[in-house]
Design a binder for this molecule. Structure first.
Ligand code: EPZ
Length: 417
């Protein structure tokens, strides 16, 4: 089992190029199932979740090839409709193939994602909304058996709760439904807009008609498509926080700063100096880190995927801070490990109280989920001495070349078997 060894404490200084968005890529890869024409995708991050999604597409009959810059997907002979447990269980976004398979074949058998460290990850919002397009389903032996006997028919659908995955599944399914679908109370994460841009590039007809409402006119034909996926805003946010924690000086490149407005204003309030250029954010961490109360919320609120990372920064603030995790029911798995490094964090349900002025101590640590594992790296970067992080397969799911990117800006970090 591979581990990471990190020798702290040092300031990060230099430039980091941000990779393509894992979450936008997963939705777009699932959406390629709609097409029977070649699709060329660029800027996909080389991370395990993308490999898993590609394996899932191949198991469904997709032909996938790589050139040095693009991934080429040909679904013209794709004809399987079963997404198996062994692939969906490790990557819950596998449920995103349900919508396209139903749209294309009128039936699908997809494994229930099952829970993970951060929550039970139910799909009731996906399923309830799909029934409004004429889908019938039953849960049997851990699978969703879904059919649309008369094909998908456009409808007006309002999501009961804001859900990124459910919004994506329905956008993809409705793109091939007969007639018009109006989705309201949609998630508006930038990755959803990237999915819409991709589908429209393919020949679909999708438009925002108000802040959280999307109108989709079903189509039946699509064309060969070239598309480059957006940047990963959570990776970018993670390295911004790394600069703030190490009082470093980083230029985060290949980003659209406007998408990170909340993260930038949050870090400025905590004391970082930030200058923004067209595709770059220049951050200088300050000696004095101010405390702040954070509530995670759907976009454009503070992202749950940066909650563990900002918690580490707030451990070093001059006073007490509070964090409220409002998206997932169990997303404080990193707290125990941070407390073992000397943090003083108390949790009660979805609330955490973070004492400031922590001097992190190097320690042997265990990663539990993707974002928790990167928060341990952030803490280890500021802890004097050698920290070891185990179970870093969690990390490899969503951060491309993390040790190389950190080493290039001065971190003493290496992967050992
Ligand atoms: C997406 O997950 C992201 N994953 C998550 O990123 C991200 O944290 C999350 O959106 C919120 O922004 C991908 O895009 C692959 P949701 P998703 O549906 O779609 C509940 C990462 O670290 N819910 O918006 O699963 C759900 O349990 C990952 O990159 C239902 O109850 O998130 C959660 O509490 C982690 N029923 C809340 O809604 C449903 O049918 C928000 O979930 C669906 C969701």
């Amino acid at each position: 089992m591979q581990k990471l060894e990190i020798f702290g404490a040092n300031k990060l200084k230099g430039k980091i190029k941000i990779s393509g968005s894992k979450n936008a890529s997963l939705a777009i890869l699932a959406a390629t199932l709609l097409s029977n024409k070649k699709i060329f995708l660029k800027n996909l991050p080389k991370v395990r979740d993308i490999e898993t999604m590609i394996s899932l597409l191949k198991s469904l009959g997709s032909k996938v090839n790589f050139t040095h810059k693009s991934l080429i997907i040909d679904n013209s002979d794709q004809n399987k409709k079963i997404a198996s447990y062994n692939l969906v269980k490790t990557m819950r976004a596998g449920i995103l193939v349900l919508g396209p398979l139903l749209a294309k074949f009128g039936s699908a058998k997809v494994s229930l994602p099952g829970g993970c460290a951060i929550g039970t990850r139910p799909i009731d919002i996906h399923l309830n909304a799909l029934t409004k397009l004429g889908v019938k389903y039953k849960i049997f032996q851990g699978y969703v058996l879904a059919t649309a006997p008369k094909g998908l028919k456009g409808s007006k659908i309002r999501f009961s709760t804001i859900s990124v995955g459910a919004t994506e599944n329905l956008i993809i399914a409705a793109s091939f439904a007969k007639g018009v679908t109006v989705l309201s109370n949609c998630a508006i994460e930038p990755e959803i807009n990237d999915l819409i841009n991709f589908l429209n590039q393919m020949g679909c007809n999708i438009q925002w008609i108000s802040k959280r409402t999307i109108k989709i006119k079903g189509v039946s034909m699509v064309k060969e498509t070239n598309y480059s996926v957006m940047f990963d805003r959570i990776e970018a946010g993670t390295y911004l926080i790394a600069a703030a924690i190490t009082q470093g000086n980083l230029k985060i490149q290949n980003v659209v700063p406007n998408i990170l407005k909340t993260e930038i204003s949050t870090l400025k309030k905590i004391g970082a100096k930030i200058k923004v250029k067209k595709q770059e954010i220049h951050i200088i961490g300050s000696k004095k880190i101010k405390n702040l109360n954070i509530r995670t919320a759907p976009y454009p609120g503070f992202p749950t995927d940066l909650q563990a990372q900002i918690m580490v920064l707030l451990c070093k603030a001059n006073k007490k801070s509070f964090i409220e995790e409002n998206i997932f029911e169990n997303r404080f798995m990193h707290v125990g490990e941070l407390n073992r490094m000397g943090a003083k964090i108390l949790t009660n349900g979805n609330k955490a109280i973070i004492e400031g002025n922590t001097k992190f101590m190097a320690a042997e640590l265990m990663a539990t989920d993707l974002r928790a594992s990167v928060s341990l790296i952030l803490a280890a970067l500021t802890a004097r001495g050698k920290s070891v992080i185990n179970r870093i397969y969690h990390l490899d799911r969503g951060y491309e070349n993390i040790e190389k990117k950190l080493k290039n800006v001065g971190a003493k970090i290496r992967r050992v078997n």
